[in-house]
Write a new protein. Structure first.
Ligand SMILES: Nc1ccn([C@@H]2O[C@H](COP(=O)(O)O)[C@@H](O)[C@H]2O)c(=O)n1
Ligand SMILES: [Zn+2]
Ligand SMILES: [Zn+2]
Length: 626
């Protein structure tokens, strides 16, 4: 009896141990599985000279609060850059930080203040940039240009390089933002770098600023010729062009500049940095020149490196490298070699800036909920007609709530409201809707205008505007459609590098599918097995191994230039006069479309309402949730 009791107890203890071991095993398996797969992050390739590049940050300095892949904030980025500069110095290499502009419009932190940027600019300038330039979002509104001229330029001094945009002083003279060009030596290797900064041919700038096209500068401005003359090739190791210009092969501006630079510098290495079209991209200009574009909204830190030595024995892939670093702490720790001592990663300044961000967000009450979003609404992960598409939500539910505010106009029974899709900047995610959300989705405080038009004409305007691959030359709208490599399925883009070097053949990448080789198939299959996070899978001139974190590709559906909310009565005739309502920002496009449709308007558009999209969304979410 006694013995049997002990025996039973021993069995029970044994079973308990087995159970605990099993639980621990399961826990271990779970823990391991919930980590990114081992070796998931692709290492950076260092060269003699290395660059970290940002562009189109649009005020996202708090990081993406509800997206793990982009969870680092500006303070983390400052620590990261400092750690990489330390690595560079220790190895006798150089690391330069570059920014390509567009620092406003897209986030509560930058846009809730009047003027916008007052709270976010002091945060942005804490990063120790070596070269930076201006974007179009620093030029829409006069107050933003003043801020750039009076705060950002004096802070960075000669590091602010701007070759084709000028600021009007009170006495009427135009002066450059910063310097038109800069010649300097890198800190560690004393390499001689000649730098220019260019904005694309932008014409919606405020009257207190002037933009000269790249072509005009290169062809006609004497300072540019003099800059080249006074820096002969033998005295220049590297030319760096920081641009708020897309680097795509289909965007001619930088290629025009490149042709002119090559006339004077046939052998010099030239590195371009681009922006504006919000994509990850890397372009080979020629054997000794490449361009990097680093996405948008603090989702990406771009990396480029160049080997300056042994020039004749290296091919271009050995000379240049590029990476797109996901803007998250995991990636930063990995590349800075701090994964095993995370608690030592932050620098004092990095921590200070993180604290400043927290305090600023609190002061601005950016986290205060206004309502609740019950589902995700996407810009392009689903087609525009899908009920989870944000344009569908806006055109069917939110734009219908727009009320005219001008009592001096006649309001028709029927109307079409047109919005430029570029005015919607980001997905709307399930969860609390805060004032931050408003600026993230639609930051622009544009006015609504209206034209009275026969219905038969009004219904054709949207279609006309969408006929073009991008809205015509009189705005800068719609660049994203120009470069669709980011959207291409994997099988379209593998091509031996030699073939990429010929411009004619380069076009083939986009025209003809190319068979995957076995290694790629295996890589893609194993990615699927590993349940990778969804995100960017970038196809560029070097292939598709640039993203530091392998992602499961998301499908991006085409987005038209404009979408419409049609509030029409089927039984009225085409001659019925209706209201065509649109953002004043796209007035030139509307007028262009009407001209194309051979409709001559006799009156100019009238003010309709100040209730811009952000306000309409706020009201809607407060009333009923989305
Ligand atoms: N008042 C405004 C200003 C701009 N937009 C939209 O933004 C686009 C430009 O943004 P980037 O970041 O690409 O420079 C522009 O094409 C417009 O679509 C707007 O809607 N209202
Ligand atoms: Zn931008
Ligand atoms: Zn831009």
């Amino acid at each position: 009896m006694f013995e049997a009791g002990i025996y039973r107890k021993l069995v029970l203890v044994f079973l308990a141990i087995v159970a605990v071991v099993q639980v621990l095993k399961l826990y271990h398996i779970f823990a391991v599985r919930s980590q990114p797969p081992a070796g998931a992050i692709r290492d950076l390739t260092w060269g003699d000279i290395n660059f970290l590049h940002t562009t189109d940050t649009h005020g996202w300095y708090s990081g993406h609060l509800n997206q793990k892949s982009y969870n680092a904030n500006w303070g983390d980025f400052i620590s990261f850059a400092t750690r990489l500069k330390q690595i560079a110095a220790a190895n006798g290499q150089d690391l330069l930080l570059v920014d390509s502009g567009d620092r406003h419009d897209g986030n509560g932190l930058s846009d809730i203040t009047i003027p916008n940027g007052i709270a976010s600019t002091p945060i942005f300038i804490q990063q120790d940039y070596d070269i930076l330039t201006i974007g179009n979002h620093e030029l829409y509104v006069w107050e933003n240009s003043v801020q750039e001229y009076e705060t950002v330029v004096p802070h960075f001094k000669e590091k602010y390089v701007c070759s084709n945009v000028e600021f009007k002083l009170p006495n009427g003279t135009f002066v450059p933002f910063g310097q038109k060009y800069r010649f300097f030596q890198t800190p560690n290797q004393k390499l001689n770098v000649l730098t220019f900064g260019f904005l694309f041919d932008f014409n919606r700038n405020n009257d207190g600023t002037k933009v000269t096209s790249i072509k005009d500068v290169v062809d006609n401005e004497s300072w540019f010729q003099e800059a080249l003359e006074s820096h002969p090739p033998e005295k220049v190791d590297l030319i760096v062009v920081v641009g708020h210009v897309p680097i795509s092969h289909k965007w001619p501006e930088l290629f025009y500049l490149h042709e002119k630079l090559r006339e004077k510098y046939p052998e010099t290495k030239i590195q371009y940095f681009g922006g504006h079209s919000h994509i990850r991209d890397f372009t080979v200009f020629d054997e000794k020149s490449t361009a990097l574009q680093s996405g948008r909204y603090c989702e990406t830190v771009g990396w480029a490196s160049i080997n300056m030595k042994d020039d004749n024995v290296r091919n271009i892939r050995e000379r240049y490298s590029r990476s797109y670093i996901d803007f998250n702490l995991n990636s930063f720790l990995h590349h800075a070699n701090f994964t095993d001592n995370k608690d030592q990663f932050d620098t004092e300044k990095g921590l200070e800036v993180s604290t400043l961000i927290k305090k600023t967000r609190k002061k601005l009450e950016l986290n205060r909920p206004l309502g609740y979003v019950n589902d995700n609404y996407y810009v392009d992960y689903v087609p525009v007609w899908d009920k989870k598409n944000i344009f569908n939500l806006l055109t069917t539910k939110i734009l219908t709530t727009l009320q005219p505010e001008n009592s001096n106009i006649t309001v028709a029974e029927e109307r079409i409201i047109i919005i430029n899709t570029g005015s919607i900047r980001y997905d709307l995610y399930k969860g609390p809707y805060t004032i931050d959300t408003q600026y993230i989705v639609s930051p622009f405080e544009n006015q609504w205008h209206k034209l009275s038009l026969p219905k038969s004409v009004a219904v054709k305007v949207g279609r006309k505007l969408n006929e073009n691959s991008y809205i015509l030359a009189n705005t800068e709208q719609g660049m994203k459609q120009i470069d669709n490599r980011q959207l291409a399925p994997p099988h379209q883009l593998l091509m031996p590098y030699e073939e990429l070097l010929s411009m004619e053949k380069r076009q083939d990448i986009f025209k003809y599918p190319i068979a995957l080789n076995n290694d790629d198939k295996i890589a893609i299959e194993s990615k699927h097995r590993a349940k990778l996070p969804k995100g960017y899978v970038t196809y560029d001139d070097f292939g598709h191994d640039g993203d530091d974190t392998p992602h499961k590709a998301v499908v991006n559906y085409p987005v038209p230039n404009v979408v419409e909310s049609k509030q029409l009565n089927k039984s009225t005739s085409g001659d019925t006069i209706i209201d065509l309502v649109f953002y004043d920002f796209i007035t030139p496009n509307i007028l262009w479309a009407l001209k194309e449709l051979n409709y001559h308007i006799t009156e100019s558009s009238e003010f309709y309402s100040n209730q811009y999209l952000g306000l309409l969304m706020n009201e809607y979410v407060k009333e009923s949730g989305i």
